[in-house]
Design a protein around this ligand. Structure first.
Ligand code: FAD
Length: 269
């Protein structure tokens, strides 16, 4: 439970952070809330030789409305998203989902950007953000680019972020669409065994494959007039859930069908 030795670099500006990434390349990892990275380092599943601490970079924490979008800074902690009156009013699904991440300690340290950049399909916020059609702003040494949630998650703990890019903003369309998030856990305050987010016509699944997935078969069935119960039976189509100590793949398939129906009903479908 002791990480491999590493050098700690505290970045005070975005330029310092980019310089550190440029100097150390693949050896470096960004550190935000540390609530995913440090446990991995203790288990030696991650062994970066340099940690670039971005937790106090100015301007990356906060929540604001910009036109039809809610903009959440990447360093915004889960607790702020959970409690923000603006998030409750404009994108209630995001506040509801943030409130279900881990326990108060985790929500007090963990950041939305860290959760997204970690790229775990069992994490809560990526699933909600996929259903919400969010986009992610990544900033590299030569500028920024925007990546859709659909293109962002590319594999097990892998995202479209380049090693020299820093996630700076999460932008969520404000649609007013009915929404719901269902999360099944073995213990309370734990990662999802399976989760389902509904936002308008979009349905996303967590822990049903290496990345958060859209339940496209259910979406199509509903578009074609299927009843909710009938459509929800398709929730595990084109998924590849794993079997592990918490659930078998078959049980995850069953949960996906049940939770999808629950989420659709709770969202008023
Ligand atoms: P860090 O751990 O600092 O970083 C995670 C990864 O993202 C690292 O690879 C890092 O380099 C990278 N990164 C961080 N910020 C950026 C950035 N701005 N740009 C580019 N890359 C970046 N999560 C859930 O969803 N649901 C749960 O129920 C849950 N339960 C938990 C229970 C416990 C006991 C613990 C310890 C964690 C739990 N988590 C859960 C994870 C928690 O939400 C983490 O806070 C979150 O996944 C990562 O955020 P962080 O700020 O801590 O990121």
């Amino acid at each position: 439970m002791i990480p491999a030795p590493f050098t700690y670099v505290k970045a005070r500006t975005m330029t310092e952070a980019h310089e550190a990434l440029a100097t150390h390349g693949d050896e470096a990892k960004l550190l935000a809330g540390g609530h995913s990275l440090i446990p991995l380092m203790k288990l030696r599943l991650a062994t970066p030789s340099v940690l670039v601490d971005i937790a106090s970079l100015p301007g990356l924490s906060g929540i604001r409305q910009e036109g039809n979008e809610l903009v959440v800074g990447a360093l915004t902690r889960h607790v702020l998203v959970e409690r923000s009156p603006e998030v409750h009013r404009l994108v209630p699904l995001l506040a509801h989902t943030a409130a279900l991440v881990g326990d108060p300690q985790v929500r007090n340290r963990g950041t939305i950007g860290g959760s997204v950049a970690h790229g775990d399909s069992a994490s809560d916020l990526p699933v909600a953000l996929l259903a919400l059609g969010a986009t992610f702003v990544a900033t590299g040494p030569s500028g920024s680019r925007t990546i859709t949630a659909k293109d962002f998650f590319v594999g097990f703990w892998q995202t479209a972020l380049q090693p020299n890019e820093i996630l700076t903003e999460i932008r969520v369309p404000i649609t007013g669409a009915a929404s719901n998030y269902q999360k099944f856990t073995v213990r309370s305050q734990d990662w999802a065994v399976v989760s389902v987010a509904v936002a308008g016509d979009a349905i996303a699944l967590g822990a049903m494959g290496e990345i958060p997935l859209r339940a496209t078969a259910v979406e199509a069935a509903l578009r074609n007039g299927a009843a909710v119960r009938e459509a929800a039976q398709l929730a595990d189509s084109d998924t590849s859930p794993s079997s592990d100590i918490r659930a078998s793949a078959d049980y995850r398939r069953h949960l996906a069908r049940v939770l999808t129906e629950d989420a659709l009903v709770a969202a008023g479908r």
